[in-house]
Design a protein around this ligand. Sequence first.
Ligand code: UDP
Length: 311
Amino acid sequence: MKILVTGGAGFIGSHLCAFLLDQGHQVVCLDNFFSGQRENIESLVSNKNFELMEHDITQPFDVTVDQIYNLACPASPKYYQKNPVETVRTSVLGAINVLELSKKLGGIPVLQTSTSEVYGDPEVHPQPETYHGNVDPIGPRACYDEGKRCAETLFFDYHREHRIPIKVVRIFNTYGPNMALDDGRVVSNFILQALRGEQLTVHGDGSHTRSFCYVSDMVAGLHAMMQAPDVVGPINLGNPGEFTIKELAQKVVAKLGGLVEFDATPTENRAGDPKQRKPDITLAQTQLNWGPKIQLDEGLDKTIEYFKTVV
Ligand code: UDP
């Protein structure tokens, strides 16, 4: 098959492109390199089945493919808050452009990578897909959260109105090789700080939690979703192992040495920073026969090995 991966030079996108090439598919990688990196696809460009389309997804485009994975959007708070209006445009216009392409091609499957951020600062824990979320529509995270929520709306409206075969997954915190050095997210930040002999910057008292999924598990989940006949979603994809940010810092220090620095701003005062997050993955387990295989310690070791080669 010929498969379009938008955001294919990004962190998860580049792993997905490599996975699909390994499966023998032709891959078209669309990226404008706003947060994607050329180094992530360096090893793929020589593959005759790989094609790079340098393009901004907010502008319509045309390519003949059999399936679409839509990953194009900056996903780190540091990046998506840099240009919030563009973040909304990327999610919303990007969704319309991939859905219109699917329609033009006669209704090819199109998978939307949504996010755990649609749950906002959740009042239900862990979060099942039936939870409608607690998002502040005017907060600093809203450009991402509401953009992704609107993209889900568009996917379901195109499904109802035009019978487009859609697939919607909600990705929880994911980590691994190919994260940008300046990505700003907690796993890459802590590893880099420890490798550079800097203090690990824990926000507040570090009591807030996240659940961390290794990237190869995430790619397997995306692929399982695309393959699953008639499964529309939304379906949570993530690793339900839940850790406080302080515990994560301690794990990295145990592996690499270093000191932890707690900053003065209490966690509850960090605007929009969700206090806790953990996916309920019952649907993914039952409908996709999918679950994460790599637990945090093993995944951290693999990620540390990668960062040692690029620092
Ligand atoms: N965080 C932290 N130190 C850092 C980066 C992040 O304590 O250097 C915290 C951040 O406040 C948040 C959690 O780690 O509570 C996860 O942040 P990240 O930006 O990785 O992802 P998200 O908030 O989107 O889940």
